[in-house]
Design a protein around this ligand. Structure first.
Ligand SMILES: [Zn+2]
Length: 335
């Protein structure tokens, strides 16, 4: 528990006066800081899940240790020390209490603006009444959130291990790897409900059809457009070293999603499906050789001609596409 000890005084400082105590849990591949011990353990579980999934899909454990910190305030406070302790990535994660406090502040500013003469205690009462009741997340919500952390770690580790150590914490929107290969790194870390959900969706005849494989391999991540638009909208609101957890209002998100060419959820499903296909054919999806080939300037077509057969794959993109369709047809026809 060396790193948690090193953080002890910073955690204590954070805890005062209205933040509540922060908890720290250390694991093999990282460290987790959260407002309560259950959440800290859950974050730590997500790190370890991602670490073991990374070993399964990429042959060895990730070298870079990561920190997951609940909330932007805590992240900003702790990041310098964590980086000093050797955690090259400090990923902020959602903090419902922080979000609620920010919402309360916005409501307070609105009320005070409209009724400038109102005494503070009356404003307090109005704010309390206007705040929606806190939502208790279901066990399923919590499980999906944990899988989402593992997903993000997959992107971070993949890019930093195989592409560039200096990659930002946000890798898959316009990052150095082809979007589909980067997205596979995310979905490959998913386990449990989220994984089951993706596979069930792929089998579901009511969903799809999915874009032809050659389109899927060439298209930008459907959320890239959305993220770029959101970043533009929120420019200036995000301070240096702060989170890039950009949250859109329902209206913003809907408008942007309607403009997206492809349903983002089907992109994840297809990425999972393609990973399962590669794994089926190759025993282990040849993610590293494929990454190295693309980095060396080979096209996928050239790599398949050279090395496809050695990995149980067809010798061209056209043949890969046909084989994928056959595999997909089998999956979707299966009871
Ligand atoms: Zn992703």
């Amino acid at each position: 528990m060396f790193a948690c000890e090193a953080l002890a005084s910073a955690l204590l400082a954070l805890s005062a006066p209205d933040h509540g105590a922060y908890e720290c849990v250390e694991t093999e591949a990282g460290i987790a800081v959260a407002r309560d011990v259950e959440t800290a353990h859950r974050f730590a579980t997500a790190i370890e899940t991602a670490r073991s999934q990374f070993s399964v899909h990429y042959g060895s454990a990730p070298q870079q240790r990561v920190a997951i910190v609940q909330g932007n305030t805590a992240r900003a406070e702790l990041a310098p020390r964590l980086i000093h302790e050797g955690y090259s990535v400090v990923l902020p994660w959602l903090d419902p209490a922080e979000e609620r406090a920010q919402l309360a502040e916005r409501i307070r500013a609105q009320v005070a603006g409209q009724l400038p003469d109102l005494p503070d205690d009356r404003i307090d009462a109005l704010v309390a009444r206007a705040l929606p009741a806190p939502e208790e997340p279901t066990p399923r919500d919590i499980a999906l959130d944990t899988a989402a952390i593992a997903h993000e770690l997959g992107h971070l580790w993949y890019i930093r291990t195989f592409w560039t150590a200096e990659a930002g914490t946000e890798s898959h929107y316009g990052g150095p790897a082809p979007d589909w290969l980067d997205e596979i790194a995310g979905v490959a870390m998913e386990t449990g409900d989220l994984l089951d959900q993706r596979r069930a969706a792929l089998r579901d005849p009511q969903r799809g059809p999915y874009p032809p494989l050659s389109d899927f391999l060439a298209m930008p991540h459907p959320l890239a457009v959305l993220a770029a638009a959101a970043a533009e909208q929120h420019q200036g609101e995000i301070g240096e070293g702060q989170a890039r957890v950009i949250r859109l209002s329902g209206e913003d998100a809907e408008r942007l999603l309607n403009g997206a060419a492809t349903d983002p959820s089907s992109y994840y499903i297809q990425a999972r499906g393609f990973l399962d296909y590669l794994t089926d054919r190759a025993g282990r999806a040849p993610l590293i050789p494929l990454t190295q080939a693309l980095q060396s300037g080979q096209t996928l077509d050239e790599w398949l001609a050279d090395a496809g057969a050695a990995h149980g794959l067809p010798g061209s993109v056209d043949a890969l596409e046909a084989d994928w369709e056959a595999w997909l047809g089998g999956v979707r026809g299966a009871p």
